[in-house]
Design a protein around this ligand. Structure first.
Ligand code: BJW
Length: 259
């Protein structure tokens, strides 16, 4: 980790009234949850993401898509938030306002204690029916394997149950993106963590923050589609970098030195 860049990032946080953390799949990587593109490994490698994470893919083969989500839900259940999620929650004690806008569906930010979390792409532990979006609140056992699994049926209308996540070609939950965009426009610092920046409209949030005059800080193990619009690129795993950033800010506030 580059100490000079880290110090610049700590300085930007030190002056911020509102910080928005925009997180993607790389955020949960150190928890043991594969990133979205990596989740197509093994048995799932021969399917493309548009096929598995899309309404037409589900319509064509519900058991295949439900099986893939069951497999991933098992991973999420067996894993837990890491030091990076906790660092973002701690940041709330050091900055007047912090909001997390996440593309992740694992629920780890709330679990780690962040109080304002906008889930752009839904949550893997919530369910609805495919035909009518009826909320489905039934006990759904975790997968034991990672192959196709026939989805349960909606108790109200009998159509297939699906995860309450946002697939390609679907609208984001009403009002959520609008709130995220408004936070992005008015924040002083945006931390862009662990996203490839391929998927819209989430990838447009850093651009909204830039227009609003925010300092953009990216945390990623490698450059992304968004790196060239960043002010500071901190290369490294989210857990290490976010922990160092928040520790650096706390040290600065207590007068005990810099990061
Ligand atoms: C680490 C790390 C470590 C690894 N530490 N970092 C404008 C232009 C072009 C296309 C569109 C557009 N607007 C809309 C579209 C179409 C489409 C789209 O974006 N397509 C693109 C492929 C081009 N968007 C949509 O359809 C969206 N809906 C929409 O716009 O509605 C309006 C509309 C409706 C109808 C017609 C037209 C418009 C919906 C998008 C929903 C995306 N859903 C998914 C699935 C969610 C459920 C699930 O998880 O299964 O969301 S797709 C998938 O991608 C998932 C993720 O949230 C999302 C983003 O992925 P992310 O988080 O960036 O992960 P990765 O794997 O790509 O990258 C990981 C990163 O981490 C890498 O950079 C690593 O280096 C890094 N990393 N280890 C830090 N330890």
């Amino acid at each position: 980790m580059d100490a000079t860049k880290l110090e610049r990032a700590v300085q930007a946080l030190d002056h911020a009234q509102l910080v928005v953390a925009a997180t993607g799949a790389g955020m949960s990587k150190e928890s043991g949850v594969p990133t979205f593109r990596e989740a197509q490994e093994g048995l799932w490698a021969r399917y493309n993401p548009e096929e598995l994470a899309s309404p037409h893919g589900f319509r064509r083969d519900p058991a295949r898509v439900w099986g893939w989500y069951n497999y991933r839900r098992g991973i999420v259940a067996r894993s837990s938030p890491h030091a990076g999620h906790e660092a973002l929650a701690k940041l709330e004690k050091l900055v007047p306002q912090v909001a997390v806008v996440t593309q992740n569906i694992d629920g780890y930010h709330r679990e780690a204690g962040s109080s304002t979390v906008l889930e752009l792409h839904g949550n893997i532990n919530r369910f609805k029916c495919f035909e009518h979006d009826h909320p489905v609140d039934i006990e759904i056992p975790l997968a034991t394997g990672d192959g196709p699994v026939e989805p349960p049926r909606c108790p109200r209308c009998g159509s297939h149950v699906r995860p309450d996540v946002v697939w390609f070609g679907e609208m984001l939950p009403p009002g959520v993106f609008e709130r995220a965009e408004s936070l992005a426009r008015s924040c002083d610092v945006m931390l862009v963590v662990g996203t490839s920046g391929f998927v819209y409209p989430a990838a447009a949030l850093p651009l909204a923050a830039r227009v609003g005059g925010a300092t953009l800080i990216e945390v990623n193990t490698q450059p992304s589609q968004l790196t060239e619009v960043m002010d500071i690129f901190l290369q490294g795993p989210a857990g290490d970098v976010l922990s160092a950033l928040v520790a650096g800010l706390a040290a600065r506030r207590s007068g005990s030195g810099h990061a």
